[in-house]
Design a protein around this ligand. Structure first.
Ligand SMILES: NC(=O)c1ccc[n+]([C@@H]2O[C@H](COP(=O)([O-])OP(=O)(O)OC[C@H]3O[C@@H](n4cnc5c(N)ncnc54)[C@H](OP(=O)(O)O)[C@@H]3O)[C@@H](O)[C@H]2O)c1
Length: 329
């Protein structure tokens, strides 16, 4: 392995830097599987990892990037062989272990998922952690009995990574999607993804949130949190469920027990990071088949270079990103 390029952040008492640098094999962390990274992708957490006070990175210098797809260069474990195509997301990747914004990576074997048939490496990164989280949210809604015949599903933050993928996966699987977005300029994008109706962010933020309001949706997927989640809970139909997966709009949820005890509403907690490997592998297989949106690369995935990464990272923190950015290494 010659020297290779990586996006490196560094923080000292006096200074913070985020730049593309040349690294060597000796810079890679310990691990069983060495991977030539072909694609990575940009998630909200990566935005936080690229600023001085994002509270994601634990030690510096550091290579962020919570997602990667690539080919195995070498492995000390027999389950992976040179040339195998693999996906790595979650665990400590891009948080305390050098991540995917690098042409090479080395990780523990326990974190590696074989690329399933039916999915290219680029498609896997169009999904990435955001898409895996969206798919897990849909799967949890299914498991709690929220099927397409039960009524429409509300998707919050619908133009973002989790939101776009949640919308497209639901549409592909026969659900009616009501999308909420803060971006008036992206209504055509959401219509292209197949949503039935578009609401503004303000529509979900009435001045007073009642404990129980008119029953409107069978379920919701919520990467936003905050007051909008409280409103979603008050408007879910009897026996419905909300998959809570993010905090783009805040962490405090001013709700009451009423939706849970009077309407049997379920709150589904979604964590992609420590999702058990058995569930993870099965879900990636579903994502390569019935959960793969027809418009994944055409409408949602946007390929960018390592040089374009700093701008994308800054925009994701401002809530300005539409869909998913796939980084070509
Ligand atoms: N649970 C997990 O394992 C897991 C995994 C991945 C991500 N997440 C979390 O999910 C969230 C979304 O991640 P992402 O990668 O999809 O980010 P993203 O692409 O930036 O999407 C977030 C979207 O939320 C909306 N939004 C932003 N600021 C908002 C605000 N102040 N109030 C209301 N809505 C706002 C925007 O959509 P509109 O403009 O369309 O409204 C934005 O595009 C983040 O909080 C992330 O940490 C959790």
């Amino acid at each position: 392995m010659k020297s290779f390029k990586a996006f490196v952040v560094n923080k000292t008492e006096a200074d913070f830097s985020a730049e593309i640098k040349q690294l060597n094999e000796s810079d890679l962390p310990e691990g069983d599987v060495t991977i030539r990274v072909v694609y990575s992708s940009v998630n909200y957490k990566d935005g936080l990892a690229s600023i001085p006070d994002g509270k994601i990175v634990r030690t510096y210098p550091f290579v962020p990037g919570i997602d990667l797809a690539g080919t195995v260069v070498s492995s000390t474990d027999a389950s992976f062989r040179k040339g195998d195509e693999v996906i790595v997301t979650s665990y400590e990747l891009g948080v305390s272990h050098y991540g995917g914004f690098s042409q090479y990576a080395r990780v523990p074997k326990e974190w590696v998922v074989p690329l399933p048939d039916g999915l290219t490496m680029k498609e896997a990164m169009a999904f990435g952690t955001a898409g895996f989280t969206a798919a897990l949210s849909v799967q949890r809604l299914e498991e709690s009995g929220v099927t397409p015949d039960k009524g429409p599903i509300l998707v919050l933050g619908a133009t973002g990574g989790v939101g776009s993928l949640a919308t497209s996966i639901l549409v592909k699987n026969g659900y009616d999607v009501i999308a909420s977005t803060g971006k008036e300029s992206e209504h055509d994008y959401l219509k292209k993804l197949g949503v039935k109706e578009i609401l503004s962010r303000e529509d979900l933020l009435p001045e007073k949130i009642r404990p129980l309001d008119k029953q409107r949706w069978a379920g919701a997927i919520d990467p936003v949190g905050g007051k909008a989640l409280a409103y979603a809970l008050s408007t879910i139909k009897y026996g419905g469920a909300v998959a809570v997966c993010g905090l783009a709009g805040g962490t405090n949820v001013p709700t009451t027990v009423h939706p849970f005890i009077l309407r049997g509403v379920n709150l589904l907690g979604i964590d992609s990071v420590y999702c058990p490997m058995e569930v993870r592998q099965k879900l990636w297989k579903r994502m390569a088949n019935e959960l793969k949106p027809t418009n994944l690369l055409e409408d949602i995935g946007n390929e960018v270079t390592l040089d374009e990464l700093p701008d994308i990272l800054s925009n994701i923190l401002k809530g300005k990103i539409k869909g998913r950015n796939i980084v070509k290494l």
